[in-house]
Ligand binder design. Sequence first.
Ligand SMILES: *Cc1c(COP(=O)(O)O)cnc(C)c1O
Length: 377
Amino acid sequence: MTTARILDFIRTRRPDGPCLVVDLDVVRDNFRSFRKALPDSSIFYAVKANPAPEILRLLAGLGSNFDCASVTEIEMAMKAGATSNRVSYGNTIKKERDIARAHALGVSLFAVDSHEEVEKIARAAPGARVFCRVLTDGEGAEWPLSRKFGCVPQMAVDVLVYAHQLGLVSHGVSFHVGSQMTKLDAWDAALGDARRVFDKLAQQGIHLKMVNMGGGFPTRYLKDIPTAQAYGQAILTALHKHFGNNIPETIIEPGRGMVGNAGVIKAEVILVSRKSDEDAVRWVFLDIGKFGGLAETMDEAIRYSIVTPRDGDAMEPCVLAGPTCDSADVLYEKTPYPMPVSLTIGDEILIEGTGAYTTTYSAVAFNGFEPLRSYVI
Ligand SMILES: *Cc1c(COP(=O)(O)O)cnc(C)c1O
């Protein structure tokens, strides 16, 4: 969403070079929509989506909790005003000394997906609460996270029994349906798996309390997406279906859905050219590419909405590429991107819906290009 405030900022401040501008009003609206859609779920903002201090401070003030993947993210959330009981260490892959540091900071909620990780937590954070992540198939997600995190539900049962035996509090089950999930029913199967893990543990006298339903809530790029309200409704229906009147505590961890539509990247056309006189497709080179923050164009997975100053003119499909000397730095080629025929060197364009997963993905100085600058307004 390119808000009037963002346009005004770009027009009056005229920042040089590519930059991200994030409108905090949009983040605030998103937080309120999630809270309204799922009033009984605690919101844990996934810090990795955009860890700008202004965003963390705003969300801490609104009562958000924080899903952190490292000690640095935990420290950033706490610096923004969150107390340690509002922080979850949600990465299933942690060094034992980082678990100890988080424990020393007061964090007592940890993700696991293996026996080995449970052992580390039992040693470094004795008595802590753990939840076990189960695999999902990621089907319907434009940026799937499957395979790397989680274990099969039967193993989750064993992992949580083991945690209990080692003196930890087996607190619940988590899953992530995959990022940019556009299917409303994606949570249903995962909640069914969660319920079966609850039942198997109850048979052994261990009573889980919590289901962490992860992130996955989308940002609108080129296609319309369902509202937060529609996601909330689908999730509530699935919770009732699988848990009846015994709905456990629930957590959601929106990242993209909290900040994606709050940011716009201003970029510039550096070159428009062809590879031969007969070439039907022009190449448009921007001053930002895969290494400047647009890493989610990998495999052309995320297709951003791009606004140019010549959008009324005739359009023609173009290959869109970044400025670095790496041939991987091509954004859209398999499916060329329609751009105005009149587009020319020096034109400023806006890449919309870029508030999530851009600043954190930009390289420090590849080819001497500075990391993506960000303004939070
Ligand atoms: C990345 C991540 C999220 C956020 O996912 P989105 O799809 O951006 O909402 C939530 N939880 C965990 C554990 C994550 O790793």
